[in-house]
Design a protein. Structure first.
Length: 95
């Protein structure tokens, strides 16, 4: 059975790179892509509340416009949703 990976990133080039890698090197993941944290929150909550299997792993971009990765992490904690998450960024913003 394939594991479920949720990628949350606003940068299409980063998503394409990850998608290409996973397709070429690992056929054991079913991957969903969400392009911002605001849309990811209802996707995750719906799966959690409906009893559907949650993602086995989330790959989360830290720096996104609007709701960023840290904001999403806080909201998930507030909702008592605990999932394995890898947080990364490709930004050169030193804030």
């Amino acid at each position: 059975m394939k594991k479920h990976l949720l990628v949350i990133d606003d940068n299409e080039a980063d998503i394409d790179l990850l998608k290409e890698y996973l397709e070429q090197n690992n056929g054991s993941w079913h991957v969903n892509y969400v392009f911002n944290a605001k849309d990811a929150l209802p996707f995750i909550k719906e799966r959690h509340e409906s009893g559907q299997k949650p993602p086995d792993l989330i790959v989360l971009d830290l720096n996104m416009p609007g709701m960023g990765g840290i904001d999403l992490l806080k909201k998930l904690k507030d909702e008592n949703i605990s999932l394995p998450i890898i947080v990364y960024t490709t930004s050169d913003n030193k804030k």
